[in-house]
Write a protein that binds this ligand. Structure first.
Ligand code: GLN
Length: 540
């Protein structure tokens, strides 16, 4: 029967619960167990789709078209297990479900309350859509003590009661700060956090303590004594030089032994950790480096583009190369001369996904510079749309080529499907609400034989994940091609442009989808592998 591991966080946020959950999932997967990893987010939004990425980080899109928390990206990257819509829930979704039932009269006149109605719904979610998993790892978002997370903590407390101790495990992640003035690790915040959990009826079974460096036996014994845990159940996680070190660090600290003994399972011998060891070995031996300019709009760029960051890192390791990223705010390069000066010396230029007109001049300038100096260019989603606009705007009469995303235009080269017509046929794009109007999730593209992307993927049908509202307008296909663009990937019906490339450039590719969402350390994405190869002046 399925066993549940609940992961909570205490003391401060940003301790890396997502990485810890992913690492535990990875280790269990390497033990050949069937695992799912889920995220329970206490905020009231229905999903993170409409949340500003500079505040909340990247929106991760699943194959089945859900806009989810970026931690699901870590889960996939660490385990290779493809996440589903049902792996991310928010308070907003839970409340919406409860209120829908209330209106429908499902509660038969009873008073609708957090306990049991909201908590029942949470428990249902935790156990939903499973198929003989050995372990389900549930990360509870937020920090213990937050008002919003209370129903979630209550729900997992109830589950322990219902399923028993050998089917549930409470893991709590805390911080053990080092105070240099006292030359001591301080355990009090951890004690308080555990006390807070105890007040809610949850005694953690395992404590994972984040510390800047290895802490002494004294701190560990103190935590064990005050938090009512065996010494071996207090596990240290010292800072790592990459997040991908965490699975091995946890393994060396004996986390698997602790997990198995809590569940009354025999310890697994000979866990094969080769994948991680080989990956890290390559990481420690990096010799070369390349510099990429990523031109975007959000200020907190590395969190807003988490998967992109990781995908470049994975392909860098694949080529024994460190990929140095300079995040450039497109508003700073609105002047073409300034842009040229800044970008000319980069090995590669990348324009990632984005929304809205703001800062597009700078992005278009970056594309011009990539073309002029034959710098390898990758345009992702919005980046591809802009590369098409930049190209066609050089044709006579197309100077004002635009996207309807920027307002009314006579030249809607990029527009929503329902705005264009072909052979008197109209196309539909559902625009009923903001969160529901996008092309989301996995779609097939058919690649042109002989194209660069065909040589990269080495097949003619691929599936990649999408998240966009606008499309390249089919009615301008001829003009787009006349401007020097080859449309090398199309939707199976031939209506939607999925990939463009330039034949007058050594490496210039734009993709309507987000390849970064499918890259993992063990399976770096072919597009990024080829891009990094090009940055090393080694063209495919
Ligand atoms: N804003 C563009 C669209 O909605 C591109 C979106 C993106 O880059 N993800 O089509």
């Amino acid at each position: 029967m399925t066993k549940f591991i609940f992961i909570t966080g205490g003391v401060v946020s940003s301790l890396g619960k997502g990485i810890v959950s992913s690492s535990i999932a990875s280790l269990l997967t390497l033990c050949k167990y069937k695992v799912r990893v889920r995220k329970l987010d206490p905020y009231l939004n229905i999903d993170p789709g409409t949340m500003n990425p500079s505040q909340h980080g990247e929106v991760f899109v699943t194959d089945d078209g859900a806009e989810t928390d970026m931690d699901l990206g870590h889960y996939e990257r660490f385990t290779g297990i493809i996440s589903k819509k049902s792996d991310n829930i928010t308070s907003g979704k839970i409340f919406a479900e409860v209120l829908k039932k209330e209106r429908r009269g499902d509660y038969l006149g009873s008073t609708v309350q957090v306990i049991p109605h909201v908590t029942d719904e949470i428990k249902k979610f935790i156990k939903r859509d499973l198929n003989k998993e050995d372990f389900v790892i549930c990360e509870i978002g937020g920090t213990v003590g937050d008002i919003e997370s209370l129903p979630f903590l209550e729900a997992i407390r109830q589950l322990r009661n219902e399923l028993g101790k050998n089917k549930t495990l409470f893991v709590h992640l805390t911080l053990v700060p080092y105070l240099s003035s006292a030359n001591e690790f301080k355990t009090k915040p951890t004690q308080h956090s555990v006390k807070e959990l105890l007040g809610l009826g949850i005694q953690p079974d395992l404590l994972l303590c984040r510390a800047e460096r290895k802490f002494d036996k004294k701190a560990r014994s103190k935590i064990s004594l005050f938090c009512n845990l065996f010494l071996e159940s207090v596990i240290l996680i010292e800072n790592a030089s990459t997040i991908y070190e965490v699975p091995l660090k946890l393994f060396k600290q004996g986390i698997l032994k602790q997990i198995f003994s809590n569940f009354g399972l025999p310890t697994k011998k000979n866990v094969n950790l080769r994948l991680w060891e080989d990956f890290l070995d390559k990481f420690y031996k990096i010799k070369k480096s390349v510099k990429v300019a990523i031109v975007g709009k959000y200020t907190n760029l590395s969190e807003s583009y988490k998967s992109l960051n990781e995908a470049l890192f994975h392909s860098g390791i694949f080529h024994n190369t460190k990929v140095e990223i300079d995040w450039i705010d497109s508003k700073d390069i609105g002047d073409i001369k300034k842009c040229e000066k800044l970008l000319k010396s980069f090995d590669g230029i990348l324009v990632p996904g984005g929304f809205g007109k703001d800062g597009t001049t700078g992005k278009l300038n970056a594309i011009k510079i990539a073309k002029k100096f034959k710098i390898p260019f990758l345009g992702i989603c919005f980046g591809m749309q802009l590369a098409i606009l930049e190209s066609i705007s050089n044709l006579k009469g197309f100077k004002n080529a635009s996207s309807t995303e920027f307002g009314k235009t006579k030249l809607p080269i990029i527009s929503m499907m329902h705005e264009w017509k072909k052979n008197n046929q109209t196309f539909k794009h559902d625009t009923s609400n903001l969160g529901g109007s996008m092309r989301l999730g996995s779609y097939t593209s058919v690649l042109k034989r002989g194209s660069k992307v065909f040589s990269i993927y080495k097949k003619n049908k691929i599936n990649e994940r999408h998240r966009h509202r606008y499309e390249v307008n089919y009615n301008f296909k001829k003009e787009i091609e006349m401007s020097g663009v080859s449309l090398s990937g199309m939707s199976p019906d031939g209506n939607l442009v999925e990939i463009m490339e330039r034949n007058d450039h050594p490496w210039f590719i734009g993709v309507q989808f987000h390849p970064e969402l499918k890259s993992t350390p063990f399976k770096p994405h072919p597009i990024f592998n080829s891009y990094i190869k090009a940055l090393l002046k080694n063209y495919q």
